[in-house]
Design a protein around this ligand. Structure first.
Ligand SMILES: NC(=O)c1ccc[n+]([C@@H]2O[C@H](COP(=O)([O-])OP(=O)(O)OC[C@H]3O[C@@H](n4cnc5c(N)ncnc54)[C@H](OP(=O)(O)O)[C@@H]3O)[C@@H](O)[C@H]2O)c1
Length: 228
């Protein structure tokens, strides 16, 4: 049986990943802040939670021990290098052969070949700027986290999410190497399916050292690409 660790397990994406991982018969461990453990009550007895900050290497070390896969939610909260510290701890402490799957948004680019709409550019520039001023989020920290992942020799995948919505699963999202490709034009994915893609990536070796940008498989752009 595979053992996986979910870093940021109590968030919306984390909780969906728990369900997908349990559905696959995986043993599940996870890390979240102590005050958030209550959000995981419905999984009690089926998962092991290590309370603490996700950038605390002592906590990460215990949580990832013996794990074949580590699913990390990279969120740029605050201005204390939280996302980059989290990524670094996972890169340093996971088993060398583990599959490491990280989440982020389309705004992250690996090779500079992504083509962004004015809307995405404006959102990153203005919302990111205001949030940074208010010391709420620091998008640059998520960029730095991903830079470290891209530079690593581990078996990583960085899953880049489109805009998200709630709702029942539509199936495994489709993906492209670059934002701007027509298949991604609809720019919407169900959050439950973002989680599905993350968990499925553990067993998909074609995604090793790839940064797939995803979109829902039932969206108009995905359907159009299939028909073409
Ligand atoms: N939201 C979007 O539209 C969108 C679009 C594209 C990609 N993504 C990506 O999807 C992933 C999940 O995003 P999400 O929006 O769905 O969020 P989410 O799954 O609800 O996750 C939020 C995470 O942030 C933690 N958190 C919240 N406030 C914090 C604080 N002050 N200090 C430390 N941790 C804190 C939460 O932990 P607690 O449970 O302890 O609060 C939780 O683990 C991210 O990697 C994001 O970049 C999101």
């Amino acid at each position: 049986m595979k053992k996986v660790c979910i870093v940021g397990i109590s968030g919306k994406l984390g909780q969906y990943m728990v369900q997908h991982a349990l559905d696959r018969g995986y043993e599940v461990t996870g890390v979240c802040r102590e005050r958030s453990i209550g959000k995981l009550a419905r999984f009690k007895g089926r998962i092991t939670v290590f309370p603490g900050a996700t950038n605390d290497s002592q906590v990460i070390k215990k949580a990832v021990e013996g794990c074949d896969g580590v699913l990390t939610v990279l969120v740029p909260w605050g201005v204390h290098n939280y996302a980059s510290g989290t990524a670094q701890a996972v890169l340093d402490l996971a088993q060398p052969d583990a599959r490491l799957i990280f989440s982020c948004g389309w705004h992250i680019t690996r090779d500079g070949q992504d083509v962004y709409s004015w809307r995405v550019k404006a959102l990153v520039k203005f919302v990111g700027g205001i949030a940074r001023l208010l010391r709420l989020i620091d998008i640059d920290d998520q960029v730095e986290a991903c830079r470290r992942v891209f530079a690593s020799q581990t078996r990583w995948t960085v899953v880049r999410g489109s805009d998200l919505e709630e709702g029942p699963s539509q199936g495994l999202p489709v993906w492209s190497k670059h934002v701007g490709d027509p298949i991604l034009a609809s720019n919407i994915t169900r959050r439950v399916d973002f989680a599905l893609f993350m968990v499925a990536a553990i067993e998909n070796n074609d995604l090793i050292q790839e940064a797939p940008a995803i979109v829902g498989c039932q969206t108009p752009s995905a359907i159009q690409a299939r028909a073409a």
